[in-house]
Design a protein around this ligand. Sequence first.
Ligand SMILES: C[S@@+](CC[C@H](N)C(=O)[O-])C[C@H]1O[C@@H](n2cnc3c(N)ncnc32)[C@H](O)[C@@H]1O
Length: 407
Amino acid sequence: MDEITITRLGHRGDGIADGPVFAPMTLPGEVVSGKLDGDRLRDLRIVTPSDDRVSAPCRHYKSCGGCQLQHASDAFVADWKIDVVRQALAAQGLTAEFRPIVTSRPQARRRASLSVRRTKKGAMAGFHAKGSDVIIQIPDCKLLHPDLLAAIPVAEKLALIGGSRKGELNVLATLSETGLDIAVSDGKPLDEALRLALSAETETHKLARLSWDDEVIGQREPPLQRFGKALVAPPPGAFLQATPDGEAALLATVQEIVGSAAQVADLFSGCGTFALPLAERAEVHAVESDAAMIAALDLGWRRAKGLKMVSHEARDLFRRPLMPDELRRFDAVVIDPPRAGAEAQVRELAESEVSVVAFVSCNPVTFARDVRILADASYRLNWVQVVDQFRWSAHVELVAFLTRENV
Ligand SMILES: C[S@@+](CC[C@H](N)C(=O)[O-])C[C@H]1O[C@@H](n2cnc3c(N)ncnc32)[C@H](O)[C@@H]1O
């Protein structure tokens, strides 16, 4: 194909030229050529590189699908991620002031979802290759914390024991204060022989916990995560912020927004990432749909010393959002919904008297949709802090500060 010029990056981090033609691992302004395969450019050649192009720090980058933006400078990625949020807000007729982005260090990820397959010689664990379901090995991965790389041989051993011949095992590995916390899915169905063999692996590899399709097979010690003064053992596979750096940045921003509020609601609270540290200064009501996560949060709070009251409820906030009269007692609300956003809850917030909102989001599009609802109810979007804990990926996370004079 003739040379074409990349005009922008898409939401997955691919370069896009007019057409549209998708060209992975390219940057805006670059002139490229290659073979057109549908709407994708393959066998790519960079004719004129961008000034923002850098050599990828990881030797696996070319093939591994784990990262999308290692060929771009940190400054470019920072501007791009902020711009993704700016454009999502603009599409809703909104503007905001942006604080400088906070980016997690390399090798900071404490959790990885590994794909594992049995092979003729044994088993192979890693990430999927770019645009394919082929697994590639990642011994020198620059994303994962070095201690997390220890999960790779464990995952391979587990596939040998409990992986089906054809299928792929998913091994979610998480670093905890007490060792590796491993949650496996898509393996063989459990029977007594498999339970016994897997339980022996918990000991061999000194795992904090091993669970298989949500059943705990072995637990040498509760896999504890520290949230401020509290230690919490999340249920297998439960949500956790991806890096300690990212979590600290999100938490510090939430704490700054909440300030000296005495009564705080933490909506979509998970296992207490924000609720438990906030309870050092305020009484907190945590709401989350997953009852096991709420139970873990509660146990962590009961065992911690020096925290104020943390009440909680397991509640589906899509179907049963907190109503304005329930919200009345809170001085500040923290809201951190999944990618779908929190439309139903935000509609009730809009009718409430809550004057301070810390809105945490991993999806700029649903975030902007929800902020539009709040803005129409006279909330002011003061600023947005973008936090990049999915370094070198196209994911964007943020905390926004909204206030309203009581009406
Ligand atoms: C992005 S996570 C945030 C969790 C927590 N704030 C943290 O930082 O660890 C979103 C949380 O919302 C919960 N969730 C998903 N759908 C929900 C619903 N309909 N109602 C209440 N909680 C829900 C998930 O279980 C998850 O814990």
